[in-house]
Write a protein that binds this ligand. Structure first.
Ligand SMILES: Cc1ncc(COP(=O)(O)O)c(C=O)c1O
Length: 470
């Protein structure tokens, strides 16, 4: 019997390394069983593949405790992250477990990444099968999962072609280059083709130097200036101001999130996006929708822009696409793709067989109309239950969002509430100017779990009064 044992979601476990003991045995079904106190998932295909997932909150001997991990982290990692004091060791569904065995309900999904939760069986099967077959080939050669995934994305969107990257910022970096090249290609006789960009207040497009230049928060940009020149920031949603500044021969592209995530869960209006579409058409600029956070089912629509009936020339994707493995994608029309030549852009890792096979499992599941309908229904339920439980608080200014991207705007900083929720076993994020609680749970979450999350938020709310009276 051929078996590969993978200790899931348990990076600290010494048994997390692949143990190979192959013997060929072909099966087509998956089984869930218990062996030696460990849950064992048999995910099988060409090779018989046996996967061991850690069992919930069981504390494993030999795993360092939180304090030790945090102290080591502080010594050996560059201090770019102000992390919450939790060392996560395993996960299943919408639950996460720390190294002390405490359970958390995950309403953050790795920042809108783990759309299928933790350890989804089909995703796992796709990853393990591909890992045992072929992981990486570079883009010097063809590979089937990459071509299949591109085919699936093209078939389900406005786009004609796809370029793969490894992250959201890289997808936007590629979109910047594609926009500039498009302007050069379509205006071969222009002395200076359009090279500038429009971006908006509260936008977040990434941390590499091009995408950073499009990101509105000055605090992120200023230590690294000069970033890419030629970006104008306009008020999100303000048609009058934008009208004057999308200019022929000057604006290469307009970058916009149909629903802003990091910036505070602000949704565009249909009128605003329609206006951007026609202004770009009139001026020759490209319209780029950054759906890195709001795309792929999170709104209850496969693509967030479908909610507005407005279509871009370029759409960037990343976070949930491979269900937790690093991937990004740039979806483009034929018109944009035709400006690009061999060698214009590339990546060693991007679109590798492993991530693409994982992404195929994710796209298959999320694009199912009944899955999308369940996201819409759960989104309405979440907003309703939040309104009932916490809407009456004097600290809650607004509860907003679409589907399972929901923001709770407070009149005070949100971090004491985030900390209190975490202490009570609920993981939530902040957004905006730190006064918005951001809820982006796995899309597979149940109404019961959403109700539980709202209850914890309700129970934790008094911390805001305590904090403000300190
Ligand atoms: C809308 C948007 N674009 C781009 C990015 C950057 O993605 P990444 O962190 O994968 O580079 C993010 C990340 O939060 C995002 O929310």
């Amino acid at each position: 019997m051929s078996s590969v044992h993978v200790c899931l979601n348990n990076p600290l476990s010494p048994s997390s390394t692949l143990r190979r003991s192959f013997s060929l045995h072909i099966e087509t079904t998956s089984l869930l069983g218990i062996s030696n106190g460990r849950r064992t998932l048999h995910a099988t295909a060409c090779l018989n593949v046996e996967v061991e997932a850690t069992d919930g909150n069981a504390v494993k001997p030999g795993i360092p405790k939180s304090k030790e991990v945090m102290e080591t982290e502080a010594r050996v990692l560059v201090g770019t992250y102000a992390r919450a004091p939790v060392v996560l060791a395993s996960g299943k569904g919408c639950k996460l477990y720390d190294v002390e065995g405490r359970e958390y309900l995950d309403m953050s999904a790795g920042i809108a990444v783990n759309a299928l939760g933790h350890g989804d069986e089909d995703w796992l099967k796709a990853v393990v099968e591909q890992a045992t077959t072929l992981t990486h080939v570079s883009n010097m050669y063809y590979s089937i999962p990459q071509v299949e995934l591109a085919k699936r994305l093209v078939a389900s969107s406005f786009a004609d072609r796809v370029f793969f990257s490894n992250s959201g910022t890289e997808a936007n970096e590629a979109a910047i280059k594609f926009s500039r090249k498009f302007q050069r290609y379509t205006h071969p006789d222009a002395k200076e083709p359009a090279t500038e960009f429009i971006s908006f207040t509260n936008s977040f497009h990434g941390r590499t130097v091009g995408a950073l230049a499009l990101t509105s928060k000055e605090h992120y940009r200023s230590p690294f200036e000069p970033v890419m020149p030629g970006v104008t920031f306009l008020e999100y949603g303000n048609i009058e101001v934008t009208k004057k500044l999308i200019q022929q021969g000057r604006t290469a592209a307009v970058f916009v999130e149909p629903i802003q995530g990091e910036g505070g869960i602000y949704s565009a209006t249909k009128e605003f996006l329609q206006f951007l579409r026609s202004a770009c058409d009139d001026s020759g600029a490209l319209l780029v929708f950054d759906e890195v956070q709001c795309g792929l089912g999170r709104t209850g629509y496969l693509w967030a822009h479908e909610a507005f009936g407005v279509f871009p020339d370029i759409m960037t994707l990343a976070k949930p696409l491979a269900g937790g493995l690093p991937i990004g994608a740039v979806l483009v029309t034929e018109r944009v793709a035709s400006a690009m030549n061999y060698g214009d852009h590339g990546s060693t890792f991007a679109g590798g067989p492993l991530v693409c096979n994982a992404a195929l499992a994710v796209v298959d599941k999320i694009s199912n109309p009944s899955f999308l309908a369940s996201v819409s229904k759960k989104g309405l339920f979440l907003k309703e239950i939040l309104k009932q439980k916490i809407g009456g608080s004097s600290h809650v200014r607004e509860i907003r969002g679409l589907g399972l991207i929901v923001g709770i705007e407070l009149d005070v900083p949100a971090s004491p509430l985030v900390d209190a929720c975490r202490n009570a076993g609920l993981l939530v994020l902040t957004a905006g100017k730190g006064n918005v609680i951001r809820l982006v749970p796995p899309l597979i979450i149940t109404e019961q779990e959403l109700d539980h999350a709202a209850e914890i938020l309700y129970q934790a709310l008094p911390v805001l009064d305590q904090h403000n009276s300190d």
